[in-house]
Design a protein around this ligand. Structure first.
Ligand SMILES: [Zn+2]
Length: 204
């Protein structure tokens, strides 16, 4: 299959080469996302696969690492490149639970990753077709095959649960404060508005 024409179609691709393997690796990426949640990070996970085997894993941890670049994809790329002693990773497939942002999309292209498979779409920062599609940008030299929406419901549900819990805990904390100085109406409004803040819902 021609890589470039495939990339041009972005996430509209009809069928990946092996849908069952894609779902299995995405579930491993979901396990990685759970690790992020356990550390209080937005739950996004990634696995890098070569010749049917997991080469490296990563999960989102910018807060804990005090590193704005510590997205799941970057963590997995760094681990794999270090392991291979090579900053290029041709022939690899990167699975990630959330559509890559522009930073990660460019890192994946720099690394010459052959194929990128993502789960949930990210309408706010997705660079795999949602906001823009860097994988299909003809003005860039390099392309990767792209397939989105694999296990999208599970990947998206994990993020939604995370933010729901975070809002609940935030509301509880505010309710604790309110015992001392009640002002619940205004606080309720703030809580609901979190949903609509840019980058809040699927911010990795
Ligand atoms: Zn990213």
């Amino acid at each position: 299959m021609d890589r470039e024409s495939e990339a041009d179609q972005g996430h509209e691709l009809p069928d990946p080469p092996d849908a069952r393997a894609d779902r299995a690796f995405m579930r491993l990426a979901l396990d990685q996302a759970q690790n992020a949640w356990l550390l209080g990070e937005v739950p996004v996970g990634a696995v890098l696969v070569r010749e049917g085997r997991v080469l490296a894993t990563g999960y989102n941890r910018p807060v804990g690492d005090s590193d704005p670049t510590a997205h799941a994809e970057i963590v997995a790329l760094r681990q794999a490149a270090s392991l291979m002693g090579n900053y290029r990773l041709p022939g690899c497939t990167l699975y990630v639970t959330l559509e890559p942002c522009a930073m990660c999309a460019m890192a994946l292209l720099h690394a010459r990753v052959q194929r990128v498979v993502f789960g949930a779409f990210d309408p706010k920062t997705g660079a795999g077709g949602s906001v823009l599609n860097l994988f299909a940008e003809s003005r860039l030299n390099h392309h990767a095959q792209l397939h989105g929406g694999v296990e999208a419901a599970a990947c998206g549900a994990l993020l939604q649960e995370f933010f729901r819990e975070r809002r609940r805990l935030g509301a509880q904390a505010r309710a604790g404060d309110a015992d001392a100085a009640p002002q619940s109406a205004a606080q309720g409004g703030i809580e609901v508005s979190h949903l609509d803040q840019p980058g809040e819902e699927f911010d990795d």
